[in-house]
Design a protein around this ligand. Structure first.
Ligand SMILES: Nc1ncnc2c1ncn2[C@@H]1O[C@H](COP(=O)(O)OP(=O)(O)OP(=O)(O)O)[C@@H](O)[C@H]1O
Ligand SMILES: [Mg+2]
Length: 240
């Protein structure tokens, strides 16, 4: 079967030289509208002449992804650290591919990334699993050019069809996750520079318009070569 014909965004020769593609991440609580907005952003980018690929984490198709899937569906139990490292490994197994696509000129729009990785694990309140510990295995991954954070309170998120049976789909967990996400915005490290907050309680159309107003500028600058080079996630400074 010709899999290329299934690509919703087949390569189009750019009209202007492209220094590289951008790496855009969409983050937020369960039901915040991430998948909806990734789709809309990709459609807008492609219609505007950019080459684009949508990806998501966890990628449940790889062998590691299948182990994560079993855990999320409560079919298997795992130590908090062990499952955390599998989530990170699931991103690492895609890291070289992400860099390659970006260097070819594709903008990658990514549904969840290491931000979710660290805040969901830290939200478990395991005293031996701090936010700092949780972030460490992701140091060195491609750093996003921008992170769209869809801000929604847990109650509102729950009203959107309710939570399912998966591991983290509980109100208290989601509230802690949201606090940790918001904490990253004000922490003063690279995440505070990369994150942009959007009110995800507005209509999907309005959220999409607000995201487009900001992200189209970022992608334009990246493609024109006036943004920084694609970075790597750096260490947080040691706490004294
Ligand atoms: N701005 C919005 N206002 C109201 N409902 C929305 C909005 N955006 C998305 N929805 C609806 O909320 C539900 C969750 O949206 P979506 O699947 O995009 O969220 P998600 O963040 O990807 O969720 P998950 O974490 O479960 O993958 C869907 O039924 C979707 O149609
Ligand atoms: Mg989704």
């Amino acid at each position: 079967m010709d899999t290329a014909s299934k690509d919703p965004f087949p390569w189009k020769e750019p009209t202007k030289p492209v220094a590289r593609g951008a790496f855009i991440v969409v983050e937020g609580l369960d039901r915040a509208g991430k998948t909806t907005q990734v789709q809309k952003l990709c459609n807008n980018l492609y219609a505007d002449g950019h080459n684009v690929k949508a990806i998501r984490f966890p990628d449940r198709t790889s062998p590691i992804g299948k182990m994560i899937d079993g855990y999320l569906q409560r079919k298997t139990e795992m130590d908090d650290h062990a499952i955390h490292l599998l989530f990170s490994a699931n991103r690492w197994e895609k890291a070289a591919w992400i860099k390659e696509q970006i260097s070819k000129g594709y903008t990658i729009v990514c549904d969840r990334y290491y931000y979710s990785g660290m805040v969901y694990s830290a939200a478990k309140h395991n005293p031996a699993l701090s936010l700092e510990w949780a972030r460490t295995p992701d140091v060195g991954l491609p750093r996003p050019d921008r992170v769209v954070f869809l801000n929604l309170d847990a109650e509102e998120a729950e009203r959107r069809g309710g939570y399912g049976q998966e591991k983290y789909e509980k109100r208290e967990m989601q509230e802690r996750v949201r606090e940790l996400f918001l904490g990253l915005m004000s922490k003063g490290e690279e995440e505070s520079k990369d994150m942009m907050l959007f009110d995800a309680g507005d209509s999907a159309e309005n959220v999409s318009t607000a995201i487009w107003a900001e992200i189209s500028k970022v992608v334009g600058s990246v493609e024109a070569g006036s943004w920084r080079d694609l970075g790597s996630v750096g260490h947080w400074p040691e706490k004294r």
